[in-house]
Every structure is written in structure tokens, then in C-alpha cells.
Design a protein around this ligand. Sequence first.
Ligand SMILES: Nc1ncnc2c1ncn2[C@@H]1O[C@H](COP(=O)(O)OP(=O)(O)OP(=O)(O)O)[C@@H](O)[C@H]1O
Ligand SMILES: [Mg+2]
Length: 331
Amino acid sequence: MITVHNLTHDYEGKGNASVKDVSFQIPEGTIFGFLGPSGAGKSTTQALMTGLLRIQQGQVLYDGTPIQKQHQDFYNQIGMSFEHPNLYGKLTGLENLTYFAGLFSGGTADPRALLDAVGLTDAAHKRTSAYSKGMKQRLVFARALVNNPRILFLDEPTSGLDPATAERIKQIIRDKRDEGCTVFLTTHNMQIADDLCDTVAFLYDGAIVAMDAPRNLKLQYGEKSLVVEYRQDPTRAAKSSGDQASGDQASGDQASGDQASGDQAEGSGREPSTDPSSHTPAVQREVLFPQNPADTRRVAELLGSGLIETMHSQEASLEQIFIKLTGRGLS
Ligand SMILES: Nc1ncnc2c1ncn2[C@@H]1O[C@H](COP(=O)(O)OP(=O)(O)OP(=O)(O)O)[C@@H](O)[C@H]1O
Ligand SMILES: [Mg+2]
């Protein structure tokens, strides 16, 4: 169990703390996602938890023992990947991993197997100065696994990776968790957090604003919506096209209406919309919120019209909930 207790950190000591009274616990064998926009204090928290930054205020405990009292062996048990890949550019990928493995006193993983797992077999003998950003990222991730860590700290492990490679990395993280590894993962990416994490904490301006399982956050803060696609009533369509002074005007309104419906999960306006990706102008799309009586009436009206093509319920995303709680997005 990792316990972080009232952690506060002020780099310059001028009363503008980058981490403010942050507390959480991470049970063994779980993935904890630390989410927040740039500058929220994620990497600072990771640095405090791993002893890279000296703790000013608060505590970080591993199975009840403060990090300051951990023995050197502690570092044999943790794996870390940093947001900025720090590799030896003159060494190949394989040499980097082999060198790093030599720094640990316990058993280590086979560097070739790790390269294979992250899809770098073909680049094993290439100097890392010639690696692309994503390749460096994967090598840093593989390096975090080299000492078969019991605890993994991963700072943006999938940023800049193509979807297939990101999926591969995500699966390795899940496998590690299933083997009993405890994972602290920092990211801007809500989808990754949703896919991977047992618990997520939203960090905003150095402080935790919400923390729970993704599902519970959605149940607590997210508003479910119904997405209804329906054929336009031909008689009304003809009338409305006659009514419109300009077709462009109509499509412009519909596009912005769609934006508004995206906002509805955060509780703002409720306007019908047309899916701009749809090439069939006669098909309309509306996002409706069953909690809203007017929307409930609209659902009944649409059901009665017999024009519905598809209808499905949609959960709020973690990103929408983050915006609802903080008033801003993650990028
Ligand atoms: N070495 C430092 N000296 C002074 N201030 C720092 C230092 N490192 C970070 N900060 C400040 O602390 C705050 C939190 O930074 P941190 O790197 O922890 O954010 P982050 O959430 O990891 O952001 P990102 O998503 O961009 O990586 C920022 O305001 C940053 O400017
Ligand atoms: Mg960071």
C-alpha cells in the first residue's frame, strides 16, 4: 500500500505551492491514475513519491514506512518512466537496457524480451539518438520494467504513440497490475485513465478535486444522455427548407447546435443538432437528457413520430466530468 498524506510542495518558497495538501492511498496490485492539465503538479507529485524531490511537507509511506526511511533496496523494487526520455544517445536500445539492468542488485528481465514486448526488436542495435520520439518513449517504458518492479511510476506512458502501440503498452500495464504490481500513472489522457485505472484522482492547480473509480465518478457527476437519430419528416423538411432564407445558415446553426449538445453533459444549453459527419441531410441527431422534463417530452414525441433510425444511451466521459468540476479541459 502506498499512502500519500497531506503532501505540499512549494518550489520557490514564495507561498505559491505546486502541490497542495494532496492525500491518497494506492492499494497493492491496482492502477491509480493521476489526471490533470499541464502544470497541475502531476510530475512534482511523482518526484516527491520517488525521492527525486525532497519532501517539504506531508508524508509518503510505503507499507507504512516513510520514504525517507527506505533502504537502498527500495529502488530495486520500483520502476520509473519520465515524461522526458533520458537515454544514452550513443548506446543502442539494447545497450541502454543492458546497462540499466546492470545497476540493479536483484533479478532483472531479459532486455531482448522487453524490446520485443514494446515492438523495438528491429531497432535493438540502432543508437537511440536516431530513435523517433515514440521509439524513445517505448524504450523508456521498457527500461522501467527492467528490474521487475513491484511498483511502477509511469509519467505519460502513451503520449505521442500511435493507437496500436498505445494499446500494446496499455496491455503490458494491465498485465503488470494482474501480476500484483502497483501502478501510479500520470496522464492528460482521460481515455487511457478510463481504460486502465482502478481509481483516478483529478488534480487541478496542485489540489485533488475528485477521486474515485472511473465508474463511480461517472455515476456521481456524469449525466447520462440519449442520442437519437431520426429521419426528418418529409413534409416538415420541405417546409423548413422553404422557410430558410439560406441553407448555409441552417447548417451553420446545426453545427453549433452539435457543439452545444456536447456541452450539455456539463449542464448547459439543449439544442437539437445534426451530425456534421452525416452526408444524409435528412437525418437529424439530437442529444437529450432524460433528467430534463422537456427532453423527456421530446423523446416521447420522437418515439411517436415513427421516424427514429437509431437511439442509444451515452455515458458522460471523464473529460466532461473534469470540465464540469474545474471549468476547464485537460489540454
Ligand atoms: N523545478 C521547478 N522549479 C520551479 N517550479 C517548477 C519546477 N518544476 C515544476 N514547477 C512548477 O510546478 C507546477 C507543476 O509542474 P509539474 O511539472 O508538476 O506539472 P505537470 O502536471 O506534470 O504538468 P505537465 O502535464 O505539463 O507535465 C508548474 O507551475 C511548474 O511551473
Ligand atoms: Mg508532467
